[in-house]
Design a protein around this ligand. Structure first.
Ligand SMILES: [Zn+2]
Length: 333
């Protein structure tokens, strides 16, 4: 896969470029321990930063499942910088978040899908035309989009990279959709299997997966059993209050029917939940301008990151209270 990706100038605190992220992790960690837990299909290291706290509850945060969603990567990097220095990369304090993090054992994966990240720009902010679909799907050799439709009930699970100029951020470099499959037995994406291996031995209560599509909502993970539903609703209640106080209303909890009806396919949420016996949360932050009316008003890049950090704050709060552990115990015994 040889494609020249335009380098877009972004603020220093928007740390989403793969090379810049790796440089930061190599040179700027003093508190967290950097470990490699696998390798992507194109040979990029899969990295986790661990903030150990013996006896404390263990939670994980993931960014960069989808390569065309740089805000999640930037937000995990801001969280790491906050834990390292007491400030985010823009110099802002987040006292409550920092206090909660101090009482927990955290595993932070800035970029689960470096292959996807490597073929997408570092920002779609104010590009003025809708470019995210092309980067999320990729381009076939005949010039058409690779047929991944994120709205579809039956998305493309695999596309042969030999038939593409590049496969987009929805896929890994080997052409496997990174987040959706037909089965919850295993993932063909080596990155997801590596994550499962990491999670299975780690004793985690929960994983928070940061995505983006401009929608600014969290998901009721519909493949999960009933004890998880009120936990997610409580996350929503608290997050709504937090976001609302900042004048940036959170949208309603996606897929929260009564009862939530599972989709026809399985996301990483189902795989990790089943095999690592933990709760999985997904929050979709904003992406900046992608040329669609519902995504207005235009947030600043710092507001996008601050939204994610707010989502993480509420996630850590519920984790501190043992809410995920209680639901896990109810389901798995
Ligand atoms: Zn996504």
């Amino acid at each position: 896969m040889q494609i020249k990706i335009p380098r877009i100038i972004t603020p220093d605190y928007w740390l989403a470029n793969l090379g810049d992220v790796q440089r930061y992790l190599r040179h700027h960690l003093a508190q967290g321990e950097l470990r490699q837990f696998g390798e992507s299909s194109l040979g990029f290291p899969l990295q986790v930063v661990e903030y150990a706290n013996p006896g404390a509850r263990k939670l994980m945060v993931i960014g960069g499942t989808h390569g065309h969603e740089p805000g999640g990567v930037a937000s995990v990097m801001n969280l790491i910088h906050l834990l390292e220095t007491g400030r985010d990369l823009a110099g802002e304090p987040h006292e409550r978040l920092l206090e909660l993090a101090g009482g927990l054992h955290l595993l932070l994966v800035p970029c689960l899908n470096p292959d996807g990240r490597s073929v997408c720009p570092d920002s779609f902010y104010a590009q003025g035309i809708e470019t995210t679909v092309a980067y999320s799907s990729g381009i076939q050799t005949n010039g058409d989009l690779v047929p991944y439709d994120s709205e579809s009930q039956e998305p493309c699970y695999y596309f042969d990279p030999a038939d593409a100029v590049f496969v987009g951020g929805q896929f890994n470099g080997a052409g496997w959709a990174i987040n959706r499959r037909l089965s919850d037995d295993h993932s063909e994406a080596v990155e997801v299997q590596a994550l499962l291996g990491l999670a299975q031995g780690a004793g985690l209560d929960a994983i928070l997966d940061l995505h983006a599509c401009g929608s600014n909502f969290a998901f009721q993970v519909r493949s999960h059993e009933a004890p998880y539903w009120p936990v997610m609703r409580e996350w929503q209640r608290r997050a709504e209050a937090l976001f609302g106080a900042k004048g940036r209303p959170l949208n309603k909890l996606h897929g929260d029917d009564d009862p939530p009806v599972p989709p026809a396919f399985f996301c990483n949420s189902a795989l990790l939940h089943k095999h690592a016996k933990l709760m999985w949360m997904s929050y979709e932050g904003r992406q900046g301008y992608v040329g669609r009316v519902p995504f207005f008003p235009l947030p600043t890049e710092w507001e996008i990151i601050d939204d994610y950090l707010g989502a993480i704050e509420v996630y850590l709060e519920l984790g501190t209270e043992g809410r995920y552990a209680d639901a896990n115990a109810e389901v798995f015994g």
